[in-house]
Design a protein around this ligand. Sequence first.
Ligand SMILES: Nc1ncnc2c1ncn2[C@@H]1O[C@H](COP(=O)(O)OP(=O)(O)O)[C@@H](O)[C@H]1O
Ligand SMILES: [Mg+2]
Length: 365
Amino acid sequence: MARVVLKDLTKRYAGGNLAVDRLNLEVADGEFVCLVGPSGCGKTTALRMIAGLEDISSGEVSIGDKVVNMLPPRDRDIALVFQSYALYPHMSVYDNMAFGLKLRKTPKADIERSVREAARILDLERFLDRKPGQLSGGQRQRVALGRAIVREPAVFLMDEPLSNLDAKLRVQTRAEIARLHQRLQATMIYVTHDQVEAMTMADRIAVISDGVLQQVGTPKQLYEEPCNRFVAGFIGSPSMNFVELKVQREDGMRLVCEGTQVVLDDAMAAQLRDLGLEAATVGVRPEHLRVGEPEGPGLRVSATVDVVEFLGNDALIHAAAEGRDVVAIVGADIHLAVGDAVILSAAPRHVYLFEPQSEMSLGAR
Ligand SMILES: Nc1ncnc2c1ncn2[C@@H]1O[C@H](COP(=O)(O)OP(=O)(O)O)[C@@H](O)[C@H]1O
Ligand SMILES: [Mg+2]
């Protein structure tokens, strides 16, 4: 096993497209790190540079404390799992998994042992004689995982391996990959555009936007202390609500716009004063809004209910506050109907403030 270190890793494609811009990241031995970000932000490019499938424009990739920039993929001690399973259709599941080991001239008995062990871990024992065409999508993806496991790589690299699966299988296979990681204690770098996947599986998440690393942290850190508006909006579902408010200094410091106000607690007021800000972007997560007037300082939104989506335990409310959409998750026992006037509130600890120009979190300064 091995740690992976990326130093100022950069990819500039022909034509000048800067796909990955000075990416710095340390993945510890045995750690599961997700690279997450919207489509086109450079995740695949970064992973392919780690794998050796893409030339590095500048910077360094180290695997196991050895710089591997010049090493071909086969000498990097990695295994790749892609979105497309890339199995050989004419070969059995067994032979698909054994293929890489045969190429390496591994003794037959060792191949047999590795393949059977991987099949056991992945619950594929019953399917070893089948061809990929006789398997479901989820089973095929497990074969692709098995093919990676038998190689016993130092590092697993996975690029959206669950994207071709339907929602239910995705959840199931997600748990399998997490279990696999616990079991193998292997270093894993996992690329996905789906923040839920990243939040549920990763030890740490690296959020990327436009080729630039925004923040690295545990799922909890990213959720609770996003460094900027992008991370705040990307992590969490439904997304955080944002609204631009102006500073008002009459009878205590507040942030206001039509329909919305934040009565600042002392810490928030001090932050805004120190920075001399006249406006701020306020963020609040849907799950932190409650129905009713705030108790003391905090956020207050006066809105009209637009849409009510019943979720079972909860209801998702879309409301209009002077033309701005506000999303809230409230208990299903609170009866709201379309057209109702509603007051939504959030406690100060759930109110995020961002500098309007840089979009940096004030808390993170
Ligand atoms: N071979 C290529 N040549 C030129 N530009 C590319 C190439 N591959 C990807 N890109 C561009 O690089 C950026 C990052 O792409 P990619 O790494 O595939 O993003 P992601 O995996 O996050 O969706 C995108 O703007 C994409 O269009
Ligand atoms: Mg990609």
